[in-house]
Structures are given as structure tokens and as C-alpha cells.
Design a protein around this ligand. Structure first.
Ligand SMILES: [Zn+2]
Length: 317
């Protein structure tokens, strides 16, 4: 695995990569600025103002964006995300923690926090999707270029895919977003961090076993668990059904997965987050989980130590 903050020593930047860097220079700065601007606009709306604990959500959103700026290849300070000194002044007074603690890793990427808030405010799946579509449209960011590889995407802070899962016995839905950060180092960092501090141990075990062990060892959910994923089509701005990718087939034994391998690391997918929430909250699912045949507590601890080592390396870089 790469050291966090450094290019892999054996890989020289290609001309394609350098072109991509040039085209997307400043994209996190502009998309982060737009994201914050839209959040602040909504924060002063009656609907958001009525949400209990809304200050905490806005604080988490700011903190998460600032952290991604901090770990970005061309590191950004929190003030890089503000075009207006008045807004910067106002927010530093209202949310001092976000500005002081921005070097501490957050528990969720910005889009995941936005999704959590949307679930809280709107509740219904269609309304949640509609809110996210409108939010993203309001950012007026460049659309993704069809046919280009993942690494040529502009840094939009959008989660490419959202997922929802539930246990048929009670129907309570849990939502997740794919990691809304770009870059191999950033993704590796957030995945290792989430395995150690955010996701349920069973999900962490599956992810870590595929990341750090030669023999990946997936987990299986009871048949009453249903999981769906949706991809926002940038041309139509609507969410469309998406089959589970090969990674999710490996990790969670989801049915009918794609057979082609994708470019994303294990743990990047939206399914990881929603399935972890389901295990945490549903005792029936927890008690019926089928763990990989190699699973032991010692094995999990060993994998967690590998993730911790990778993180420690990363933070020193
Ligand atoms: Zn997947």
C-alpha cells in the first residue's frame, strides 16, 4: 500500500496523469467552496433550522471538507474554501471546532454526512434522492466526462453511488454513500480509518481481509436483507439502479454482482456504509450473520493492526 502523502515510489507520473492534474487543479477548492455555500444557504432555511442538532451537522460537514482539503495532494487550508471574508468570519465564530480540528479525520465524508442529514429531514427514499439531485444541480459543477477513466473526474465531493438496505422483517432502511473523496491516498486513508473507527467489526473484517490478506474472506447476510444501489446519471440528473459491483459480491455475497473488476479499492462502495449501519442497528441481522470461514477475533485484530500501521505511516508522510 502507498504511504499516505506520497506518490508510490515505483510509479512515475505519466503524461496522462499530469494532464489530469492540470485540468483538475483547483477543483476541490471550487467544489468545496460551492458545497459550503449551498449548505450555508440551506442552513438558514426554515426546514433546516427546525432540525434538532442542525449545528452539529453543519459543523461535521465543514470539518469533513476541511480535512479533505488538508490531505489533498495540493494541501488546502480551511480559508481556501471561502471567497467572502464575511462568511469566513461568521463561520469561524459559529463553528470554531471545525476550523481548529480540521486535521483530525472525520467519521464520514461530506456527501455521506449530507445523506445522513437528508434521511433525517426527508425520510422517504424518493424525497432523499430528489433533495440530493437538487443539491448537486445547485452546485453547478462541471459534469463528468463520459468514457473517461475514474481518475479524470473533476473533484466534485459527490458520492458517485448511494445505496439503501433493509431487513424485510421490519423494513427500516439504512443509507450509505460511496467515498466522496478522490485520489488513491485519500481513499486508502478513509477506508483504513473507517475500518478502525466507524464500520461494524464484521464489515471491517471483510474489507480488511480483501485489502491486507492474500485470502479475502467475505461475509454473508441473512436472506431477509435486501440491498440496492443507485448511480446519479450526470446527463439526466436522476438516480438509476446499479447492480452490485464485483467488490461487493466478494465482500458481502450480494446477489447478481457485476463480473468485471472495477478501479475502486475494497471498502469504497456505498453498500459498505449502509450494511454496516444495518448490522449495528438490527439485532436480528447481527445474530444471523454468516462470517467468513477464516474469521476469528485474533484474525480481525491482526488485520486491524495492519490498517493501524498503514494509517500511522500515512500521517507521518
Ligand atoms: Zn460495490
Amino acid at each position: 500500500m502507498n504511504n499516505f502523502g506520497q506518490l508510490p515510489p515505483t510509479r512515475r507520473p505519466t503524461i496522462m496523469y499530469l494532464k489530469w492534474r492540470k485540468r483538475n487543479d483547483g477543483s476541490l477548492k471550487s467544489s468545496g467552496t460551492a458545497f459550503i455555500g449551498e449548505v450555508i444557504k440551506l442552513w438558514s432555511s426554515p426546514l433546516w433550522m427546525g432540525v434538532d442538532g442542525i449545528q452539529d451537522y453543519v459543523n461535521m460537514l465543514l470539518h469533513s471538507i476541511f480535512f479533505l482539503g488538508h490531505i489533498h495532494q495540493a494541501s488546502l487550508l480551511p480559508n481556501a474554501f471561502f471567497e467572502s471574508p464575511e462568511l469566513w468570519n461568521k463561520l469561524t465564530r459559529r463553528f470554531p471546532q471545525a476550523f481548529h480540528n480540521y486535521k483530525d479525520p472525520p467519521h464520514q465524508t461530506p456527501f455521506s454526512i449530507l445523506l445522513t442529514l437528508a434521511v433525517r429531514i426527508y425520510g422517504h427514499e424518493d424525497q432523499i434522492k430528489y433533495f440530493l439531485q437538487r443539491f448537486l444541480k445547485a452546485l453547478t459543477l462541471p459534469t463528468r466526462r463520459k468514457g473517461e477513466s475514474n481518475y479524470t473526474h473533476y473533484y466534485t465531493l459527490e458520492a458517485t453511488v448511494i445505496a439503501v438496505c433493509y431487513n424485510e422483517t421490519n423494513g427500516v432502511k439504512y443509507y450509505g454513500a460511496s467515498l466522496s473523496c478522490r485520489g488513491e491516498r485519500e481513499k486508502n486513508f478513509m477506508i483504513n480509518w473507517s475500518c478502525l473507527h466507524v464500520w461494524h467489526d464484521y464489515v471491517s473484517y471483510a474489507v480488511l481481509s480483501f485489502r491486507h490478506d492474500e485470502q479475502g474472506n467475505g461475509i454473508r447476510f441473512p436472506v431477509t436483507v435486501k440491498c440496492s444501489a443507485f448511480y446519479r446519471n450526470p446527463q439526466t440528473n436522476f438516480y438509476e439502479d446499479r447492480r452490485p459491483c464485483k467488490n461487493c459480491g466478494d465482500l458481502f455475497s450480494l446477489s447478481n454482482p457485476e463480473m468485471d473488476r472495477n478501479d475502486f479499492p475494497y471498502g469504497n462502495c456505498a453498500e459498505t456504509e449502509c450494511l454496516s449501519k444495518l448490522i449495528f442497528n438490527d439485532q436480528d441481522v447481527l445474530s444471523k450473520m454468516i462470517l467468513g470461514s477464516y474469521y476469528t477475533r485474533e484474525k480481525l485484530n491482526g488485520l486491524r493492526q495492519m490498517a493501524a500501521n498503514a494509517l500511522e505511516h500515512g500521517l507521518k508522510a
